[in-house]
Ligand binder design. Sequence first.
Ligand SMILES: [Zn+2]
Length: 198
Amino acid sequence: MSFHDDLLQRSLRESPPVKRGNYPCLILNADYQPLSYFPLSLWSWQDAVKAVFLERVNVVDKYEQVVRAASFEMEIPSVVALKDYVAQNRSPAFTRFNLFLRDGFECAYCGSPDDLTFDHLIPRRLGGKTSWENIVAACSKCNLRKGGRLPKDAQMHPQNAPFRPTMFQLQAQGRRFPPNHLHESWLDYLYWDVELEP
Ligand SMILES: [Zn+2]
């Protein structure tokens, strides 16, 4: 264990005056864009402090709260930027969440955000696959109305043809949906398409 690790371990043992789970830290990539918008890339303050000690990150902004130990004190970082850029070229997982995110948490047919489910454009019984290209978010009403028919038979067509999104496209969507908690020091790094409190 290096000197820094040891120091860090001791500082954490000496019960700093904050509770675990508080003081989340926003993680920026080396280009100062959030590492991820959705879910928003956050670390516990413990991990953030550790990364500072390991010199993996630059501290961009801080809380007023200080972590104290016998030999050092540090203001808890509220925003850090990775020193090494993490490439974002992996393709997004095909998950419920990512699919809703692609479709903006709205029914692809009527635009309602309520009672969202999934609809197979080409029904499974007709050989339709469970894939990015064949599934759209649909409210239960529309799902019921379409009722396992082809779009042309049901006279129901999604407003946008479903597609396999890139990570970049999902990240762009994520900016429209802010998480519940935003520390004020994060706002400079987040460009949500919502009105922020003055
Ligand atoms: Zn609908």
